[in-house]
Design a protein around this ligand. Sequence first.
Ligand code: PEP
Ligand code: MN
Length: 344
Amino acid sequence: MILPKSNRLTDAQLAEITAIVAEFNCRVQPIIGAVRTIYAIVGDERDELMINRLEGLDYIERIDRIQSPFKLMDRRSDLATHRIAIGGVTLGEQLLVIAGQCTIDPKNPNYFYETAAAVKEAGAHVIRGGVWKPRTNPYSFQGDAKSLDILMEAHRRTGLPVDAEVMDERQLASALDAGVPMLQVGARNALNYSLLSAIGRAVANRPTVVLLKRSLHMGPLAEFISAAEYIASFGNPNVILCPRGTSPAPDGYRNHPDECITPLLKERTWAPVVVDPSHSVGKASYVPACALAAVAYGADGLCIEAHVSPNHGIGDDPKQALTPPVLAETIKKARQLWQLQREN
Ligand code: PEP
Ligand code: MN
């Protein structure tokens, strides 16, 4: 990691360091932060001669060598002071709440508009809505590109940013063209490295935030953080980690709740952790407790499925979605707990 003395390098300086690292088969990746730009050396950056030559340049403050498989997302990285903001919330300063339907029903857009207004009223900062859906059964409803218009209309009506999952490059391009500010990588794609790279490339020069779900069968935590590193390695470090339960599950829950990994993630990475209790436990009656457990474990935010009329929902909504009053109560308690945790 190259730290210049100024807030960013000039074109000539960038060209000079690019030429030096190229001699050692590395490349330079600028990471644009709110205040300063730092420059990651991508490749094997351990060559002493290369480091010495870079350190010898009078516009370089220092070179940090992070011996970590995830040099950008590592807690010891220079990016550790980077803050991600969305919906008026800076992660880490206030509990972020993302809420909305699992799936937008293109035949009944009014439900989504009503849900969007209700989750805003309940205190959510970002509205989620599934446009394209990863469904286990090929005959289940797969989502509909038309729902993207409904999602953006909900944004216009509420003024809140929106979040949707993308599963391939076409969906990614459509979502970005429509102006979706938060993209979700679903559990089934959390280890799809070509999709992670495509998202990283596409958001490199945008303020887009990516919510990266934990894979259903995710192994070591390093695997989860490395998936975030894939996206960040193209230049946009706005990646949020989202535990959402793993498989197999104890009888009765949809997945094995994993909000308890939050402190373990925080020991390793600076990335904010936003827990999804809805897919974790998979049943509305268990969701509030799981949400509070996540906050107790130190989560920076929650992603909760909600619907004005769960019985009229599609996808996961009939089973998992909270009604607006339950969502409002959960958010209220979660905020109190979040505050309490920080007073001690
Ligand atoms: C969803 O958020 O509706 C979803 C499909 O989530 P996951 O990828 O965690 O299963
Ligand atoms: Mn869902």
